[in-house]
Design a protein around this ligand. Structure first.
Ligand code: FAD
Length: 312
């Protein structure tokens, strides 16, 4: 995992490792790599009972560039010999882990959402086609590289504190084809979409950018993150890093508001981890009602101001 703080997405991968170790009688270790707060993150990870936590610090790891990250993971695996190497499925790991798999000549499964032991090997379940197909995949390679669905495995359980070992990456070589140039990120006061407990999302039913202000007010009243569909992103009404769905972010809040969005298969692929979904749509046949826990057939332009009034 990339350090600076322990992200919610990493917890799912840690729980995945714990489950496998518990049920197969094996053990798991963790690598915490970064340029700041590495010891702090490693301390937290150690409290979940791995065999060891390897820490790697250095300027090369200040940004999640696939080249140096894959190289250092490869040298940890070469020295300590792990069978399976897993990371939470995130934008960074989707870049790093395939490169690691290639370097290790390992088979790879992405977006693992379940697993089972099959004799000496493990078989994995993986969602495909926006969750429309659940594939079962078994790898024949000796080494396995996995990305783990960031919302599927829940929180890790505490365990006996582990030894923290500083790993010296040595000379990682140079000449990676990508280098960090600049980060242009918008500063936002709202919680991060992938970690928020409440998410308020809207779709094309918002009709006019002027109506977004009320949705934002609702999000702020609820201390929620704001998200949206690809349709609103494509319309230029929302920055693309707030898109939820198959080609956007996967979210797992306790409460997800789906306002004026149809519930396309691609959008729903990003909200399967949500505990409760509240949908407001003026069309009673909208597919979002098939996955919603609470549904209101209403015009969101009327319903959202009413909710704001009730909230005071
Ligand atoms: C390869 C691929 C990847 C994709 N990835 C994503 C993705 O990651 N995320 C994503 O969201 N989409 C994605 N899409 C697009 C997706 O297929 C849909 O087009 C999109 O989700 C629709 O957005 P929407 O629900 O806002 O719009 P629409 O489908 O137009 O739905 C608008 C909804 O608003 C309702 N509505 C209208 N007026 C009101 C009102 N006044 N009050 C209440 N309700 C109202 C309508 O009844 C309708 O249900 C992808 C598509 C492809 C092909």
């Amino acid at each position: 995992m990339q350090a600076d703080r322990l992200r919610g997405t990493a917890l799912s991968a840690i729980r995945f490792a714990q489950e496998i170790a518990e049920q197969t009688g094996g053990s798991w270790s963790a690598a915490v790599i970064g340029n700041q707060a590495v010891d702090e993150v490693a301390g937290r990870v150690a409290s979940f009972g791995p065999a060891k936590v390897f820490t790697v610090t250095g300027e090369a790891f200040g940004h999640a560039l696939a080249g140096p990250y894959a190289a250092v993971l490869e040298s940890i695996v070469a020295k300590h010999g792990f069978q399976a190497i897993a990371a939470a499925s995130t934008t960074a790991s989707r870049d790093i882990m395939p490169r690691l798999a290639a370097r290790l000549k390992a088979g790879m499964v992405t977006g693992v959402c379940a697993w089972e032991a099959r004799g000496e090997t493990l078989a994995y379940k993986q969602k495909m086609f926006s969750g429309g197909v659940l594939a079962q995949v078994a790898l024949s390679s000796a080494r396995q590289v996995l990305t783990v669905d960031a919302t599927e495995f829940g929180d890790p359980t505490p365990g006996a504190p582990a030894e923290i070992v500083a790993f010296d990456p040595g000379d990682l070589g140079a000449g990676y084809s990508a280098r960090f140039v600049e980060l242009r990120a918008e500063r936002r006061d709202r919680p991060d979409l992938t970690e928020a407990e409440v998410v308020v999302s809207f779709g094309r039913g918002v009709k006019d950018p002027a109506n977004i202000a009320n949705v934002e007010k609702l999000a702020d009243h609820l201390g929620a993150a704001l998200g949206g569909t690809r349709a609103v992103v494509d319309s230029g009404w929302m920055p693309n890093d707030l898109q939820v769905g198959q080609t956007g972010k996967q979210v797992a809040p306790k409460l997800y508001f789906a306002l004026g969005l149809s519930g396309s298969i691609q959008h729903v692929a990003g909200i399967r981890g949500a505990k409760k979904i509240v949908a407001i749509n003026k069309d009673p046949e909208a597919p979002i009602f098939q996955v919603a826990d609470i549904g209101l057939v209403a015009d969101m332009q009327a319903a959202v101001p009413e909710m704001l009034e009730l909230l005071g």
